[in-house]
Every structure is written in structure tokens, then in C-alpha cells.
Design a protein around this ligand. Structure first.
Ligand code: ZN
Length: 665
């Protein structure tokens, strides 16, 4: 897994620690179906040099030209449907006050969110709530020259795909026992069964190659005249018209690269887009992962394979970003002090690492999202994916702070914390320090937590079996929580005072013991390992710390978490960390099983019901997506003299413009 997503609903409140907040910045653009669309700010863009701005602009253009590729990858009808719907939206002659029209608008907005007709997350096809008659009449009223194909042909081909629930039902089918390719609606395979595809690639793989390529990553597999053929995505291959545009802008970017390494990296990517050779792609990745000097950076290509049920084909995506120098200082300070943290961890000396290396992770500011990162986006990325490159050259791990900040800011005043927190005191504490300490928690977890401690000689690293990932996440979280409350962080200048950490302590406990239950269906157990780990920590502390430390109490028939003694709470985190480290270091399976099964799996049904009821009454959107900023190059006498950034484009305007200006397929 190389992307981490935010829990769509965690309402972390923000503080303005990283840059002066623009009080008038409008975060929420609009809301429809299960979506809320936000704007994100790009703080620091104006401080980049002109050359860096130019680079960001060229890379952003390259990011936008891949949009159509993803639509087509997701399902082969998507482009025709999107273009037809957009033509209706702009040119149909019909009653735009009718319920059908309202539902039609929602449908089109959902197609934009999902880059196609299947839900972006659940991958099920969504069925329109407007009538088939409306669709036919609206389409008939559009002038033929505004449509992507012959009107009659569009009607007969698209109507069943859009309206029939039994056609193209799921984009990615994972149901065991079914042919995952023949039952999935994505466009990665055509007339190919799962067995045929698996055999095809099994025969290709060279098991002795220490540097294996990512077989099949950049092509569609098609059966033609009984033979399997790969249609490779490259300049003179499939998607060539779009890739040519991407290459055009990458060449411009190469010309204003920040340094030699980056110029070489971009040149290699261009070479790969031209030859489609996956060895060239790996060479590119090796260069890319070693470029740690450039402030501006990017992801651009066929990267993640979540859209292919057998995990071979990758969807096109792009992110253009630059390093947030100030926030990255935070992670650098932590990494430099890695040994101090290890030496002071509240664990048995035998389990302590004598020499520890901090992983340096940088904090970035996103400037443009494209392809599979738009409009819904990850909050962090860890690339490249090839195991051998990670082993031999490492990986880049980034936290996208302006995106998490947009989530936080948009959540202010949504009523979540007002509903679930005990008093004004906690609400204000979290408003002031929540964002900072939440980010810091992630830094400590990623940079130090996972890398801390050691196994006793002879301990099987897989001894905890099915419990290992829950225990591992709990260990990293506890490491972070324990040190968040340490004066050392104030001394290092990372936290302003000894109050700040209480925001994260309170919110963590409230979430683990209570509010995270909103994401689980009534009657189910907790299954996902991060959720289990949070429940494990919160419930263990409530039970073993006792009511003098923290408790779930009742007021007016509602449950609330209260923390009475933050110092003692920190000691509890330390105590549990020591025990979990012991389990891992000694490989004590029985103790791990006992901990997880006792505290992390079962849910009190009454509490679960209560959380659901209270949460649903808040009426918050389960998913969020984004509108990109708009970059405007300023020329004087044919020379670029500035790149300006604007945030005033709406979600609808943006998609219509992208379809008009960035459609090559
Ligand atoms: Zn982790």
C-alpha cells in the first residue's frame, strides 16, 4: 500500500501554525450526493522563484493532460458518456427547473468525481435518478455537431450502459470464486479471462531477475484472433494522443528543471513515454527517488494498481508539489534526534536499538492534482512501488499538508466536536492545537515509531501472525503519543508548550473509544487494523488506568469521554507501549491475541447505536474531493515573467474547462 487516505470524516480542528491564515479563503465549493467539494490553498507558491513557478506550471499542464486516459481506463464507455452528458448540460433544450434536470446535474457531477460511471471508492456503478425518457429527449435536442458521435449510435450504445443495473455493474470486482476480469468493468483487459491473463504474465516473469520489471503495468491486454496482445500506453501506442501532450509539457519542464538530476529524471520519463519500456520506467524511478535536492517535485505516470482486481495494470495519475520547507524542518529535527527518542522510550533495555536511523520524510504542498489523484486525493504518498527499488534505493515518503489543512479548516464548525466533546475547554484546545499535534503524531509514528525497538535474537519476525499489523500500528502510535507529552518536544521547538499535546491525547482517546465507530456498520466487529489499534489503546487505558485517569461518562443520555489526568494518561501510554514492545520483541503470540481480542474487536452495541444516531444527525458528507487552483502564465514580449495562481474557479467550471482544453482522446 503506497497511499494513505484520510478518514473522510475525522474532524480534526485546525490551528494556523504553518502560515498566516487567509480568513476569507472559501474552502467549501459545493455538496451533492455523498460528496463535499473543497478548494485547497497553495501557501508558499508566491515565494517560489520565477523558474520554480514556471516548472510548477509546466508540470501542472502535464498533469491535466492525462485526465482522459483515466476515464478510459476506468471503463471503455466513460469518455463517450462524459462527453455526451457535458453536451446535454451545455446545449440541450429542456426544462432546467425539472426534477429530472436536477438529478441529471447530480449524475454528471458524480461522473466527474469518479472519473467515470462507477463510485470512486466503492467501485459500484451508480444508476441515474433521472428517467430514460428525459435522457432520450435531452440528447435528441442537442445539435449533432456538439456530440462525440452519431446521435442514434450514442443512444443505442449508451442507454443500457447508463441505466441497466446488470451491465458494467462493478469497476473492480474482488468477489472470490468469480472470474475477476470478466466481471469487472474496467478497461484493462478486453475479452480476456482471469486465468488467461494470469498465465500470460506468469509465463513472462523471470523469477531469477533481481531487478524485475513491473510486468504488464502500462498496457491493456486484449485477445485478438485468439491471441493475447498487449496494447502499450505510449506516444505511438494506445492513448498516444494524450501522452504526446504530456510529453510536450514535460519537455518544457525539463528546460527549467531546478538542477541536473531533476532534468535527467524528467528526460528519462519522456524516454519511457516514448518507448513504453518498463526497464526505462524503473531507471526513471531510480533517478526520481534519489532526487532529494529539488524543492519542486512531481508524480506523473501509470502508478497504482488498485483499479485492477489482479493488481497488474496501473492507472494514470499525477501530483505536482513543492517541499514545505518550514514544516519539513519539523520532520528533520525529529530524525536528527532519533537516538535520543530511542534511548528514552519507556521500554525494557533489552528491546532497545543501540543504533537507530530516523527515516526522513518531507512535508509537501500540492499545487496540482491530476488523473487518479483528482478530484479525490490521498493525504500522503510513499513511492516508488517496485520492491527492488525500495530495497536498493529507498522510497520517498511525503505528507501533503495543505490537503490535510483544507480538510481541517472545512470541518471547523461542522458540529462534530461540539456534539462529541465533553466541554468548550476540549473544543477550544483542539481548535488551537489539534492540527499541529495531529501532524506531529503522524511524523513521530512514521519517522520513528515503526523503526524503533528490536527483536530478541532468535525471535521469529512473524510470530504475532494475524495480530502483527494491529500490534505494530499500536506500537508506532503509542511511541508517538508517549513522546508528544514529553518536554523534549518543547525544548526542540516543535511544540509551543506543555498544553498542546493534550489536544491530540483527548481526540485520540475520544476517537478510539467512541467516534470512530461511526465508520462501522451496526452489528459488525472492528476489522481494519488501524481502527483496531486505536480501539486497543483507548479501551486498554480506560480499563487499566481507571476513572481517575480517563472515563466514558454520561450526560443527558449521551456518552462523552473525559480525561481527568493527562500526566497519568501519558504514563498509561508508556506502560502499554512497554508491554506491546515486549510482545513483539519476544514474539509472545498469546499475549498479543489476548490484548487484541479483549480490547480491539468487540463493540458495545448500545454505544455503537448511540454514536451512529448522533453522527447521522450531523448530516456530514462521507467523501470529499477538490477543485484545483488555476495557474495563469503572464507573458511580456513573448517571455514568461510570472505565473499567477487563482482559486476562483468552481467545480463545474473546472470540469467543463478541462473537458474543453485537455481532451485528446
Ligand atoms: Zn503505521
Amino acid at each position: 500500500m503506497t497511499k494513505f487516505f484520510t478518514l473522510a470524516m475525522t474532524a480534526v480542528l485546525a490551528c494556523a501554525c504553518c502560515h498566516a491564515p487567509k480568513e476569507d479563503f472559501k474552502y467549501v465549493d459545493e455538496r451533492f450526493a455523498d460528496m463535499e467539494i473543497l478548494h485547497y490553498e497553495v501557501p508558499g507558491f508566491d515565494e517560489l522563484s520565477l523558474q520554480q513557478k514556471e516548472l510548477v506550471y509546466y508540470l501542472s499542464e502535464a498533469a491535466l493532460w492525462g485526465r482522459d486516459i483515466l476515464f478510459d481506463q476506468n471503463c471503455r464507455y466513460n469518455l463517450a458518456i462524459r462527453k455526451t452528458m457535458e453536451a446535454i448540460y451545455q446545449y440541450a433544450d429542456c426544462d432546467k427547473t425539472s426534477e429530472d434536470w436536477k438529478q441529471f446535474e447530480i449524475y454528471l457531477k458524480r461522473v466527474w468525481v469518479s472519473n467515470g460511471i462507477h463510485h470512486h471508492y466503492a467501485t459500484d456503478k451508480f444508476i441515474p435518478a433521472f428517467s430514460q425518457d428525459f435522457f432520450t429527449a435531452a440528447l435528441q435536442s442537442v445539435p449533432q455537431d456538439k456530440l462525440p458521435a452519431d446521435k442514434a449510435a450514442l443512444l443505442s450504445e449508451l442507454t443500457p450502459v447508463i441505466f441497466d443495473a446488470n451491465i458494467a455493474t462493478k469497476r473492480v470486482n474482488q468477489k472470490e470464486g468469480e472470474d475477476l476480469l470478466l466481471t469487472s468493468a474496467n478497461n484493462y483487459y478486453l475479452n480476456v479471462s482471469q486465468k488467461e491473463a494470469e498465465d500470460f504474465y506468469a509465463a513472462m516473469i523471470d523469477a531469477k531477475d533481481p531487478q524485475p520489471i513491473s510486468y504488464g503495468l502500462n498496457s491493456r491486454l486484449v485477445k485478438k484472433n485468439g491471441k493475447l496482445v498487449e496494447e502499450v500506453w505510449k506516444v505511438d501506442g494506445m492513448y498516444g494522443a494524450a501522452i504526446e501532450k504530456i510529453v510536450y509539457w514535460l519537455e518544457k519542464a525539463q528546460g527549467v528543471a531546478e538542477n541536473e538530476t531533476q532534468a535527467k529524471t524528467i528526460a528519462k520519463l519522456i524516454e519511457y513515454y516514448k518507448n513504453g519500456n518498463l526497464r526505462t520506467f524503473d531507471e526513471y524511478n531510480v533517478l526520481w527517488v534519489q532526487d532529494l535536492q529539488s524543492q519542486v517535485d512531481f508524480v506523473n505516470g501509470f502508478i497504482e494498481n488498485y483499479g485492477d482486481p489482479i493488481g497488474i495494470k496501473s492507472s494514470w495519475e499525477s501530483i505536482v508539489n513543492f517541499k514545505n520547507l518550514k514544516a519539513s524542518e519539523r520532520t528533520e529535527i525529529i530524525s536528527r534526534n532519533a537516538q535520543w527518542f530511542e534511548n528514552n522510550a519507556p521500554i525494557d533495555d533489552r528491546f532497545r536499538k543501540k543504533e537507530v536511523k530516523g527515516v526522513s520524510a518531507k512535508v509537501i504542498t500540492v499545487a496540482m492534482l491530476g488523473g487518479d489523484c483528482y478530484p479525490t486525493t490521498p493525504i500522503g504518498i510513499n513511492l516508488p512501488n517496485a520492491d527492488w527499488i525500495r530495497r536498493d534505493y529507498g522510497s520517498k515518503s511525503v505528507t501533503i499538508e495543505n490537503i490535510t489543512e483544507a480538510y481541517s479548516k472545512a470541518s471547523i464548525g461542522d458540529g462534530h466536536n461540539e456534539e462529541f466533546m465533553w466541554s468548550k475547554k476540549e473544543i477550544e484546545l483542539c481548535a488551537k492545537y489539534g492540527s499541529l499535534t495531529d501532524n506531529l503524531h503522524t511524523d513521530l509514528h512514521e519517522c520513528l515509531g515503526h523503526g524503533s525497538g528490536q527483536l530478541l535474537p532468535g525471535t521469529d519476525p512473524n510470530a504475532l501472525k494475524a495480530y502483527s499489523s494491529v500490534m505494530e500500528e499500536a506500537r508506532a502510535d503509542l511511541f508517538a503519543l508517549y513522546f508528544l507529552g514529553d518536554e523534549k518536544l518543547v525544548e526542540l521547538g516543535i511544540l509551543p508548550n506543555m498544553e498542546a499535546h493534550k489536544a491530540e491525547y483527548y481526540e485520540y482517546m475520544m476517537n478510539g473509544a467512541m467516534t470512530q465507530l461511526k465508520r462501522i456498520e451496526l452489528g459488525n466487529d472492528i476489522e481494519e487494523s488501524h481502527m483496531r489499534n486505536r480501539a486497543l489503546i483507548a479501551n486498554w487505558v480506560l480499563k487499566n488506568g481507571g476513572p481517575k485517569v480517563a472515563e466514558l461518562c454520561q450526560r443527558d443520555g449521551k456518552s462523552y469521554l473525559r480525561v481527568h489526568d493527562y500526566k497519568a494518561l501519558r504514563q498509561c501510554f508508556g506502560k502499554l507501549l512497554a508491554e506491546i514492545q515486549r510482545c513483539k520483541s519476544e514474539g509472545d503470540f498469546n499475549a498479543a491475541q489476548q490484548l487484541v481480542e479483549t480490547y480491539a474487536v468487540k463493540i458495545d452495541p448500545a454505544l455503537h447505536q448511540e454514536v451512529m444516531t448522533r453522527y447521522q444527525a450531523l448530516d456530514l458528507a462521507p467523501y470529499r474531493g477538490f477543485v484545483n487552483p488555476v495557474f495563469k502564465p503572464v507573458y511580456e514580449n513573448g517571455k514568461l515573467i510570472d505565473v499567477q495562481i487563482a482559486y476562483d474557479e468552481s467545480y463545474v467550471e473546472q470540469h467543463l474547462r478541462y473537458s474543453k482544453d485537455y481532451s485528446a482522446l
